[in-house]
Structure formats: C-alpha cells, structure tokens
Design a protein around this ligand. Structure first.
Ligand SMILES: NC(=O)c1ccc[n+]([C@@H]2O[C@H](COP(=O)([O-])OP(=O)(O)OC[C@H]3O[C@@H](n4cnc5c(N)ncnc54)[C@H](O)[C@@H]3O)[C@@H](O)[C@H]2O)c1
Length: 355
C-alpha cells in the first residue's frame, strides 16, 4: 500500500533543490523538518515547502534522527560529514538519501554497505543528473542493440568557478571537500557515462591546479578503457569562459550527443545522427518506445518512493556509488603515480583507504 513519507532535509544549500524534488511529488512525500545549523537559512528554505506542517531544527542530533514520525533522513551536508551522518541515520532505523560524493574512500563505502546490511534499511545515493529523457533515449538505443557497438565516448565538464564559490570554507580542501573537480563536479557526467556504457576496465589520468588557489585539482584529463572495449576520454576544468557539459557517444549505427542544460545534461535536447547506411526513418523507429519520465530530483525521488513501497532496490544503489568512487580512486591514483590502473579495486589496493 502506498503512503506519503515524511522527510527531514539536513542542510539547506542543495537541500533547496531536494525540496523542489519532493514538492514535485506531493502525494509521495512531505518535507516535515528542515535542519540547518544556520537557522536563518533553514527558515528561508522553509518558505519553499508547499505541503504539510514544517519544523525547523538546528544541528542534526540523535533526537532528530530517532523521531518516530520521520521516515527518511535526507543528507545534504558537506562531503566530510556524510559517512558519520549516514551511519547514525541508518542505525536510528531510518531510510536515507545522501548527496554526492557519498563518502571519501572505498573503505568507507564498504563500511557503509555493511551498516546497510546490518540495519536492513535503504540508502540511496544522489545522482539526479542521470535522470533525464535525452539520456534515456540514448540508453534505449544501446539497450535494444540499435546503436550497435560503442566505439568512443567523450565527456566534457567545462565549468567556471572563482573566488566567490570558494568563499564557502569547506570547498577546495582535501579534508572537507575530499577531492577536486573530478569528485565534486564531473562526478555527474561520469555517472551518466557508466550508467550508459557500463563498467570501466582501466584508467590513465592527469590532474592539475590551474584556475584557483586551492588544494584540490581544478583541471584534469583521463582516458578510460571500458569493459565493453570502447574508449572514453574525460576532460574537466573549472576555468572555462562559458560552461558546457557534453557527452558524445560514437557508435556503430549512430552518434549521440547531449549538451543541453549545464547542470542537467541528461535532459533534452540530445542529438542523434544515424550513420550511413542507417537513415532518419531507421532512427525514428529505433527511438520509438523510449521511456519518458519526470527528470532530475523529481524523478529520482519518485522512483525511490516506488522502490521503498515495493521493497526493490532504489533507483541509485550503493554499489553504483561505489563504482563512481572506484573510478575516482583510480583517477587520483593514476594521476599521482603515473600508473595505468586496472579495475576493480579491492581492499588490497594502496588507495583503498583514501585517495
Ligand atoms: N547533486 C548536485 O547537483 C549537487 C550540487 C551542489 C552540491 N551538492 C552536494 O551537496 C552537499 C552540500 O553542498 P552545498 O553546496 O549545499 O553546501 P553548503 O555549504 O552550501 O550547505 C551545507 C549546509 O549544511 C549546514 N550544516 C553543516 N553542518 C551541519 C550540522 N552539523 N547540522 C546541521 N546543518 C549543518 C550548513 O550550515 C550549510 O547550510 C555536498 O556534498 C555537495 O557535494 C550536490
């Protein structure tokens, strides 16, 4: 039986976009608490909540996590606080949503996975950018076999960040942000890449700090060999004059490219160019039946609710967050050592406990 789930949103920065996502599903969710140690920020966000009665809360604490009238703890805290907050919320018996990056190492994600198993609760990492109808059409062409073999993919995260962005003290630091542009910014398009093409087999990468006086990389490049044998080339910078997020996939029968909204690049418009002798009529037939859903947070949360009601895995799993952190670990290890890194990475890898 379906029921409306009550959510406590912890962290009122990106938490504002989460509130939009819950508001878009008014029959499924009610934002019951907004928690932020900056109460003025929590109060400002409270104005956006459109359903139910809402309470404000300061520092998140055990009393909040243990409340019987809350179903879901939604963690929108800075990265270095995720692991502890997730563990406490799961142990308090709650289902949990947590922002990216889920945690700061493969060892931490494996420890979190153990708590998920021990508590029997559900943890859903956030990868809202994956939920878009353009990427869904590309997936349809690959999954039905219409696209044919994938040859090469390029993923460009060419964004712009300056001093105003780094005025928030946790950003740009190894201890608090846990990594740089590969981890904090390009993580979304790289999640789109693996959700489309599948796992990564080998990684070579370089990183540099070129744009801002920070501790973590703001430029980088990587070449990946995917498990299907195709190549992916990733380029990342926070020093571009204009901003673009572009995923371009060259396949046997079609070239597919998404470069619409910078922070929602899985949405339309996507361009699909059939490769001769395939033609537009073939493409139209091949794209028929591709699913159309809500997008972004609204879709990820809608599918999360359905999974909780059905007892099925959430639309983004801890295993997928682990795969994302495994790629990050490989990129940073390759950049530091000059090695070409083979995946998967297990507990005996030197970077398992941190990059
Ligand atoms: N999915 C996305 O597209 C996306 C976009 C931006 C940020 N993020 C992620 O969201 C997370 C938060 O980023 P942000 O930009 O919103 O950060 P932010 O610093 O703007 O907001 C974090 C909030 O947490 C509050 N906070 C800190 N410690 C607290 C505590 N103990 N109790 C209660 N509140 C506390 C702070 O007061 C602050 O308002 C990060 O992990 C970031 O990587 C994701």
């Amino acid at each position: 039986m379906s029921r409306r789930l009550r959510v406590a949103v912890i962290g009122a920065g990106i938490g504002a976009r989460h509130v939009d996502g819950f508001n878009a599903n008014p029959d499924l969710f009610e934002v019951a608490v907004i928690c932020d140690r900056d109460l003025a920020r929590a109060a400002a966000l409270a104005k956006a909540v459109t359903a139910g009665t809402l309470e404000l809360h300061g520092d998140y604490d055990d009393a909040l996590l243990a409340r019987a009238d809350i179903d879901i703890i939604d963690i929108c805290l800075p990265p270095f606080l995720h692991a502890e907050a997730i563990t406490r919320a799961l142990r308090a018996g709650k289902d949990v949503i947590c922002e990216k990056p889920l945690v700061g190492s493969l060892a931490e994600v494996d420890a979190i996975e153990a708590v998920v198993r021990e508590t029997g609760r559900v943890l859903m990492p956030v990868f809202q950018v994956r939920f878009g109808n353009g990427l869904a059409r590309a997936k349809h062409l690959i999954q039905t076999g219409a696209a044919g073999r994938v040859f090469l993919t390029t993923a460009q995260t060419h964004w712009s960040r300056g001093a105003d962005y780094y005025a928030i003290k946790w950003r740009g630091t190894r201890a608090y942000e846990l990594g740089g542009a590969f981890l904090g910014h390009a993580i979304h398009i790289h999640d789109m890449l693996t959700s489309l093409i599948g796992p990564v087999r080998r990684v070579s990468a370089m990183t540099a700090i070129r744009v801002n006086p920070i501790e973590t990389e703001d430029c980088g490049g990587a070449t990946l060999e995917m498990a299907d044998g195709s190549i992916a080339v990733l380029s990342v910078t926070l020093g571009s004059a204009d901003e673009i997020s572009r995923l371009r996939v060259m396949c046997e029968n079609v070239t597919m490219e998404g470069h619409g909204e910078v922070y929602a690049s899985s949405k339309e418009p996507w361009e699909f160019t059939p490769k001769a002798p395939k033609d537009q009529a073939w493409l139209d037939a091949a794209l028929a039946g591709a699913p159309v859903h809500k997008e972004g947070f609204a879709r990820q949360f809608e599918a999360f609710h359905a999974a909780l009601m059905a007892g099925t895995p959430p639309p983004v799993t801890v295993a997928e967050a682990r795969a994302s952190l495994e790629l990050i670990t490989a990129i940073y290890h390759s950049a530091r050592t000059g090695e070409r890194v083979a995946l998967p990475l297990e507990a005996d890898h030197p970077a398992y406990r941190g990059w």
